[in-house]
Design a protein around this ligand. Structure first.
Ligand code: ATP
Ligand code: MG
Length: 557
């Protein structure tokens, strides 16, 4: 009963459809469970698209639940940023935002239930001792001397743990499973620890906190989750997920299904390492446009549609793989190529004087906002005696392949006239500071007569243009897999940011609002900075370069 025949099939979709067809479930209920200890990154975007996407595809619901069992590292600001990211990506969670902390009372009761059933005990071993007793893959663990305390003693101690009678770490509650299990997660995992730590939701109410593995499965079950989708590193935790739910009184048992994480070349997807980049000042915050965070990609100008498209292209599998950055960039190009209006911006200006253009004349020319989409309308661009072109678009001498302006030759100004360069003006040190050109007034929308223009270049009027700051971004890391480098900080690309303070942009860009995206013709896709761009202070970030060279476009302009 696939609701969307166009969606690619994958092993999770197969399971969901089987469950709906067999009547095991009437509807789909998923959840996205981030820990509010950092900003979400592109890997989380995948998890969001998968969890919210499956719910959407089958008219189900997806919860947003903060997995906030580790109060030491969690902050409200992170939680707020995460909720905003999810919304921005285009998803809506079901009902209120949930928190694992909402279930602390119930979790505590379930822990007592396990104690009553003889399935949990209070242990006095220290963390170090516990590690020693746990054994390893080749050595079975040793049972703790406290493992066989009576139910009464365990209950009494656990209640006193809750009441704050013991020091942090002095005792813990452990599930009584199997110290010889080949699965280390089943060797009597700790399910509660003593930790006097203020919690962003529950304040100082608790001095004991439940562990993730105990909390997650119960939270899922309490919310009636049907399919608990997570990444492969939780595969070995699934027996514990099931053990907890099988041994407490709860009438829902979600199925945990693991898929492979998204890894992206030339970047890292570890909150801890991203945090280090921020804290050590290698980037300008979590939402620096070079960061693979959702808020960084947003500030860079990536669109929600492009990110969703990219995630879909990476598929849902159990194979561990790393995808190339170009896959993400191509999704961005495709979306912006289709939807971003065109504009002209000269990033490194070179002055051009049209010697045969009337002194005070300003001509208004009309230019389509999108070459293929008439419905996107037109805008006015201004022609005048003094112009700017990009320094890279002029050479005194060049071979045939150079389809831009050359001394003594003609070039088309995009959406305007053909000009010919007659003279180069240089400063005392030989730098080119100005070009003296003539324009051909019979070339508006027409080929020149008797000669050819070679190529098309972008330009702006000197008088009728605006100053702008433009930031060019490159990959943050020089190697494809910085995460596996001994010191990932050593692989940072020192040239990942170039700031151009003296760019000139066409007048229409004076109306750009923060986060508006454009194709700056021949330069790439850019977006007005979310925070710094404002009227009278234009700041654009390069989202991604253009894929295609300009050379193919005819000299007609
Ligand atoms: P990190 O390893 O960066 O600290 P995390 O897994 O600890 O991330 P959580 O907040 O626990 O971060 O993640 C929330 C959800 O996002 C989890 O279900 C997790 O499996 C999923 N997730 C995290 N990283 C990725 C990734 N690279 N690809 C796909 N899903 C991911
Ligand atoms: Mg996690």
């Amino acid at each position: 009963m696939s609701t969307e025949a166009t969606k690619p099939t994958n092993f999770i979709r197969n399971i969901i459809e089987e469950d709906l067809n067999s009547g095991k479930h009437q509807s789909v209920q998923t959840r996205f469970p981030p820990e509010p200890n950092g900003f979400l990154h592109v890997g989380h975007a995948k998890s969001i698209c998968i969890n919210f996407g499956f719910a959407q595809d089958y008219q189900g619901q997806c919860n947003l639940r903060f997995d906030d069992t580790n109060p030491a590292k969690e902050e409200i600001a992170y939680a707020e940023a995460i909720a905003e990211d999810v919304k921005w990506l285009g998803f809506e969670w079901s009902g209120e935002i949930r928190h694992a902390a909402d279930y602390f009372d119930k979790l505590y009761d379930y822990a007592e239930e396990l104690i009553q059933k003889g399935l949990a005990y209070v242990d006095d071993l220290t963390g170090d001792q516990m590690r020693e007793y746990r054994g390893d893959f080749s050595t079975p663990g040793k049972e703790s001397p406290y493992r066989n305390r009576s139910v009464e003693e365990n209950l009494d101690l656990f209640r006193r743990m809750k009441a704050g009678e013991f020091e942090d770490g002095a005792k813990s509650l452990r599930a009584k499973i199997d110290m010889a299990s080949p699965n280390m997660n089943m060797r009597d995992p700790v399910i509660y620890r003593i930790k006097r730590q203020h919690h962003i939701r529950t304040g100082d109410k608790w001095c004991i906190y439940p562990m993730y593995d105990f909390t997650h499965c119960i939270s899922d079950a309490l919310e009636g989750i049907t399919h608990s989708l997570c990444t492969l590193e939780f595969e070995d935790h699934r027996p514990l997920y099931d053990w907890v739910l099988d041994n407490i009184t709860i009438d829902c048992h979600p199925q945990q299904i693991e898929f492979s994480r998204l890894n992206l070349e030339h970047t890292i997807t570890s909150k801890r390492k991203l945090n280090q980049l921020v804290v050590d000042g290698h980037v300008d915050g979590w939402d620096d446009p070079r960061m693979p965070t959702i808020s960084g990609m947003r500030r860079r100008g990536f669109t929600p549609a492009a990110i969703r498209d990219f995630v879909q292209r990476t598929g849902v599998t159990k194979k561990v793989h790393t995808v190339e950055m170009s896959l993400l960039e191509n999704s961005v190009r495709e979306d912006l190529g289709e939807n971003a209006p065109r504009a002209m911006a000269v990033l490194k200006p070179l002055k051009v004087t049209l010697t045969n253009y009337p002194e005070d004349k300003i001509e208004e020319l009309s230019s389509p906002n999108h070459p293929q989409k008439e419905e996107m309308g037109k805008r006015t661009i201004y022609m005048s005696k003094t112009l700017y072109i990009d320094q890279a678009d002029f050479r005194e001498e060049a071979n045939k392949k150079y389809k831009r302006l050359v001394l003594g030759k003609a070039v088309r100004l995009r959406n305007a006239y053909v000009i010919t360069c007659n003279e180069v003006v240089k400063d005392d040190s030989g730098n080119i500071i100005e070009l003296l050109c003539t324009y051909d007034e019979n070339t508006l929308g027409k080929n020149p007569e008797g000669y050819k223009a070679k190529g098309v270049i972008h330009w702006v009027s000197a008088e009728k243009s605006l100053p702008a700051k433009v930031r060019l971004y490159d990959r943050l890391f020089n190697v494809p897999n910085p995460g596996s480098a001994e010191d990932f900080l050593a692989t940072i690309n020192p040239d990942s940011l170039e700031v151009l303070e003296d760019a000139r942009v066409e007048m229409s860009l004076g109306d750009a609002r923060p986060e508006d995206t454009f194709q700056f013709e021949r330069e790439g896709y850019f977006c007005a900075d979310r925070y710094e761009h404002k009227e009278g202070q234009l700041v654009f970030n390069r989202t991604v370069t253009l894929k295609d060279s300009w050379a193919k476009i005819e000299a007609k302009g």
